[in-house]
Ligand binder design. Structure first.
Ligand code: 3PY
Length: 271
C-alpha cells in the first residue's frame, strides 16, 4: 500500500511542522489538511530525472528486445541461442516514441530517444516553447488520440492528478498499434490495470514495461507477473547511488530551511 499522508496520520503528530517527501510526485499528501494545520512540505523535483529517464529506456529496451525473457530461458537451456527465430524483438532505433508528460523527466527521456534516432512526439497539458521543441526535436500532439496510433512506445511521465487518473484504459490501448509497448514510470494509477491486463491477453498491444503499478506492490499472484511480454519492477526508477545522494542532500536542505522558517529549496506550493 502506498503511504498516504492523510488526516489520521497527521492527527497522530500534533507537533509536526515540516514534511519532506522523498519523491517528486506528491499525490500522497492531503494539501487541504496541510493548509489547515499550517504544515509546510517539500518534494524532490529534478534530482531524479536522469535516473528515471534511464530506467524508462532500460524498460523500453528490455521489453522490445525481450531481454528478461531471454535471460531467464538461457539459464534453463544453454542451447537456445542456436535458433535464429527465437527472441526476435522490435527495433528501437528509428522507431516512434510518444511521451505523455514532457516535464523534467519526460525531457530526459526525449534526450535519450534522440540517441536512438527516434521520432519524438509528446502530449502535455501545454505545448512547450518552440525552442524546447526544436532543441529536443519533439513534436507536440495536442490530442492524445492523435498520438496513440502513431507510436511504437508510449512512455508515461506525467504526474498522477484527477485529470490523469486512469487515463490509459481500454479505449486508449485499443487506439495503439498492436505492436506498441507501454512504459509507465509515472504512477500506477495513470493506467487502468485491469484494462491493461485484458489488452495484453488479447494482443491489443505488444507489451509493457512498468516501474509503477496499481496496486503497488502487486500481489504475488498478479496476472502481470505471468505475461512474458511484461517487465515489471518494484518502483525503483530513481534507485541509483548518485540520485539517492542528491535526494538526501536536498531533503536535508529542505528540512533545515523548514525548521528555521526560511524558504525551502523545493517547497510544495500550498494555496
Ligand atoms: O520520486 C518519485 O515520485 C518517483 O516515483 C521516482 O521514481
Amino acid at each position: 500500500m502506498p503511504i498516504v499522508i492523510n488526516r489520521e496520520l497527521l492527527m497522530s503528530m500534533p507537533n509536526l511542522k515540516v514534511i519532506t517527501l522523498l519523491s517528486v510526485g506528491y499525490e500522497a499528501l492531503d494539501l487541504e489538511m496541510l493548509k489547515e494545520r499550517g504544515i509546510r512540505a517539500s518534494y524532490l523535483p529534478d534530482v531524479q530525472s536522469d535516473a528515471c529517464a534511464d530506467a524508462a529506456i532500460a524498460l523500453l529496451l528490455a521489453v522490445s528486445r525481450r531481454i528478461v525473457e531471454a535471460a531467464v530461458q538461457y539459464k534453463d537451456n544453454v542451447d537456445i541461442i542456436s535458433e535464429p527465430s527465437r527472441f526476435v524483438g522490435r527495433e528501437v532505433t528509428g522507431s516512434t516514441i510518444g511521451i505523455f508528460g514532457l516535464g523534467s523527466i519526460g525531457i530526459q527521456v526525449a534526450e535519450r530517444a534522440k540517441g536512438f534516432r527516434m521520432k519524438i512526439l509528446y502530449h502535455n497539458r501545454r505545448k512547450r516553447s518552440v525552442k524546447d521543441d526544436f532543441d529536443l526535436g519533439a513534436v507536440y500532439v495536442s490530442n492524445l488520440y492523435d498520438m496513440l496510433p502513431q507510436v511504437d512506445f508510449l512512455v508515461l511521465c506525467c504526474p498522477l492528478t484527477s485529470a490523469t487518473r486512469g487515463i490509459i484504459g481500454t479505449k486508449e490501448l485499443e487506439a495503439m498499434k498492436s505492436s506498441a509497448i507501454l512504459i509507465n514510470i509515472s504512477r500506477g494509477g495513470v493506467v487502468n490495470t485491469d484494462a491493461l491486463v485484458d489488452a495484453l491477453h488479447r494482443g491489443v498491444i505488444g507489451g509493457a514495461g512498468l516501474d509503477v503499478t496499481d496496486p503497488e506492490p502487486l500481489t504475488k499472484d498478479h496476472p502481470l507477473f505471468d505475461l512474458p511480454n511484461v517487465v515489471v519492477i518494484p518502483h525503483m526508477a530513481g534507485a541509483t547511488l548518485e540520485t539517492r545522494n542528491r535526494m538526501m542532500d536536498l531533503s536535508i536542505e529542505n528540512i533545515v530551511a523548514g525548521i528555521e522558517g526560511k524558504p525551502m529549496p523545493s517547497e510544495i506550493p500550498i494555496k
